[in-house]
Design a protein around this ligand. Sequence first.
Ligand code: NAD
Length: 351
Amino acid sequence: MKKNIVVLAGDGIGPEITGAAVEVLRRVAEKYGHEFAFDYKDMGGCAIDRFGVPLPGETVDACKKADGVLLGAVGGPKWDAQPADNRPEKGLLGIRSALGLYANLRPAVIYPELADASPLKPSVLERGVDVMVVRELIGGIYFGPRAVSEDGQSAYDTEVYSVGEVRRIAKVAFDLAMTRRKKVTSVDKANVLLSSRLWRRTVTEVARDYPEVELNHIYVDNAAMQLVRDPSQFDVLLCPNMFGDILSDEASQITGSIGMLPSSSLGTCKAGLFEPIHGSAPDIAGQDIANPIATVLAAAMMLDNMELHDEARAVEKAVGGVIAAGYRTPDMGAGRRVGCREMGRLIADAI
Ligand code: NAD
């Protein structure tokens, strides 16, 4: 199969971690007889340096035509003095909206060998953690009407959801559940908010098309508590924008390691954006010590989105094998010490 992948390496450790992920993808192509073309484009600080703006038009055009977009990370102190509307992060918001990315997927998985890094007790973790947070990304209170009064003494933001917006994100969650443990837990605050009642009603309607999937509703305050009490009870956690923002950070911390967690954003464009959850880590950039695993796992999510499921599982298995063999970048704690490039090569070799 021929696939066109845009790589937005970005700033800081971005070029190193995407370099490792591309090496893994090249090996996947070789093993499975695919042809992956990698098209490198600028976004973030590097784009400001070259073009004066964080998201050049040619980057947007290339992403729109691509089969997948792999992003490293953007930003760093070099661009701190930029005006607010021309900062590297503006590139990230711009590409999300240009590609209509309404669904953010963040898996939180714990590797038994790295359980020491989790703040949860072993007795809780031994039940297993494999949660997929599905967050609505371009609606809700972050995008509703807002204002500050003239005297600056009051302000409001508005949570607005339409049936159509809830329906499309709910379908993403149920489709995913069908490929997993067939369980969706929908998060809301329907005891207080009218928008949450519409959310709950719509999710319940969508569930009728998925009779094999078990649906539960949970209030957001209870969800926050249950996630640390017993994360094993969750499969797919379906959330409105703000609740998903908060709960996905909580879920990621359960796994204890920022360098391990990928994320994908899907929408109306076929491409989708695949990236690690961490930033550009300027403090360790250029030293070949960054952990590329989050970016490699983001590449696996991209393969899934291209319907290359066996290939995606092979990448995940390779990562698991390398961790089980004891290889660790410095952020992963004690073990057989490797750098970013070598970690990428080990994972590629394990495909
Ligand atoms: P960060 O995630 O870059 O780093 C936080 C800490 O985690 C640092 O100590 C860093 O060394 C470490 N770390 C992060 N990723 C790692 C990896 N793969 N391997 C090993 N250690 C890793 O967050 P920050 O320091 O708050 O932000 C740095 C820059 O990144 C800022 O300019 C910020 O705006 C930007 N940022 C970008 C994104 C993105 O592109 N999606 C997300 C968050 C932050």
